[in-house]
Design a protein around this ligand. Structure first.
Ligand code: GLC
Ligand code: MG
Length: 431
């Protein structure tokens, strides 16, 4: 039934944690131009979870609007993308569709009948063409009419032989879907599939803020977080259906900060992001991983250029210590430079992005041990300056330094522009 699950095979065994998160007003805070909480989440995910866990986005958006959001916000690449309120599932970065799922949804579904019947309700206003999908017909409706419309529309459609589901979200959106569709059903389908492959995730955490997320919280055995800014319709559903479920919380933190809070609350991992660490000196605890080292480095790098690091000179010395004396960087435009020179150049650019909207994040961090003390780490490194963004495919060789301190030394750095960023500027590029 399932085709093209390339990225699910990124992990050989069960995922340690599978996060299934809504996007608008859950992972993505549209009221925060600095994108603070999603950047915190990104750092936590890449440092602690990317290697052995699965990230699933579950959104009401169509593929068109989902891709638009990815261009606007610093979003990670998920392993699985569920779109159009659980009616479309795709795998991996190339978004290979699960055709079996769509075929399955054809049962007792006829779009034309839905359109005929909904036309009889003048209070229903069609959403834009991009949001009308093979198994989803969507409208705007005023709150006061919702109850009555949901009731009589479902009666009419039932009479016409359809088995449908009507979902109300965000105090204004009304979606008509096949009964078997929805965010909860799509998740149940994925969990069943992992089970059939003998690798169900060890833990699953669902995250949402509005009506179309409610179903996620009734999937058996999952942890759930409703972010602090959750909509009335979801909180109402919760008070009626899930109030006594100890595996679901209403966070006190907004959006992605609420997800981090839940990770800590349920003991699924650290309840704080590496971005919030203020001590950049090497950890003595011996718990650093190559992924963590990369995230930590770019967190410092971003704060450095924003001019937000206290005690700059000592950090510069620390950075030098973490680069091998004869280590080399190959910049994305092909220029080779000793790592120590890169650090010197960075030193003289302290605070050069002050007053600008500047942020840095890494995506898709993978690492493999290629020698007794050497790791090859690959990732996409993103920089956003005001509204402009650039991405480099980056490879770093890290060497463990057990004697001098408990951390890694950068031996080699190699970067190439991601397609479409080849004309990126050369100036002001260091790592
Ligand atoms: C997203 C979709 C919209 C849908 C809403 C609620 O905003 O774009 O079509 O109605 O989610 O599910
Ligand atoms: Mg939402």
């Amino acid at each position: 039934m399932v085709t093209g699950c390339a990225n699910m095979d990124r992990l050989n065994g069960p995922a340690r944690l599978m996060i299934v998160s809504d996007l608008d007003h859950t992972m993505v805070d549209h009221h925060d131009p600095e994108n603070l909480s999603i950047l915190q989440f990104n750092a936590l995910w890449e440092a602690n979870f990317r290697l052995d866990s699965l990230l699933v986005f579950s959104t009401g958006r169509s593929p068109t609007l989902y891709k638009q959001l990815r261009r606007e916000k610093p979003m990670l690449t998920p392993d699985i993308t569920i779109m159009s309120v659980g009616t479309e599932i795709t795998y991996g970065e190339s978004m290979v569709p699960d055709d079996g799922w769509e075929e399955f949804l054809n049962q007792k579904w006829d779009r034309n009948i839905v359109i005929e019947e909904t036309a009889k309700f003048p209070q229903l206003q069609f959403q834009s063409g991009t949001e009308q999908r093979p198994h989803k017909v969507s409208f705007y409706v005023e709150k006061e009419h919702v109850q009555e419309i949901m009731k009589s529309l479902s009666e009419r459609l039932e009479k016409r032989g359809l088995d449908i589901k009507i979902i109300y979200s965000g105090g204004m959106d009304l979606d008509v879907l096949p009964q078997e569709a929805g965010k909860g059903q799509a998740l149940a389908y994925l969990l069943k599939k992992f089970k059939s492959e003998a690798r169900p995730p060890v833990n699953t955490l669902v995250c949402g803020d509005s009506g179309n997320d409610a179903e996620l919280f009734s999937v058996p055995d999952v942890y759930g977080v409703m972010v602090s800014n959750a909509q009335e319709e979801l909180l109402h559903w919760y008070s009626q259906n899930a109030k006594h479920n100890p595996k679901v919380i209403h966070a006190t933190e907004k959006c992605a900060a609420g997800i981090i809070q839940a990770i800590g609350h349920f003991g699924l991992g650290p309840g704080a992001s590496p971005r919030d660490v203020t001590d950049y000196s090497q950890s003595k605890s011996g718990t650093l991983t190559p992924a963590h080292e990369i995230v930590k480095f770019y967190t410092l790098y971003e704060k450095w250029r924003r001019g937000e690091v206290g005690n700059a000179e000592s950090h510069l010395q620390d950075l030098k210590r973490t680069c091998q004396p004869n280590g080399v960087a190959v910049h994305p435009w092909g220029f080779e430079q000793p790592l120590h020179e890169c650090i010197n150049a960075l030193g003289s650019c302290y605070g050069d992005k002050q007053g600008k909207k500047f942020c840095v994040w890494v995506d898709k961090v993978s690492s493999s041990q290629i020698g007794s003390d050497i790791w090859l780490v690959k990732f996409d490194k993103w920089e956003m300056v005001d509204e402009e963004r650039r991405c480099c495919l980056t490879t770093v060789l890290l060497q463990l330094q057990p004697e001098s301190f408990d951390g890694f030394i950068w031996v080699h750095l190699h970067q190439t522009w991601l397609d479409g960023f080849r004309n990126g500027q050369h100036t002001g590029w260091f790592f």
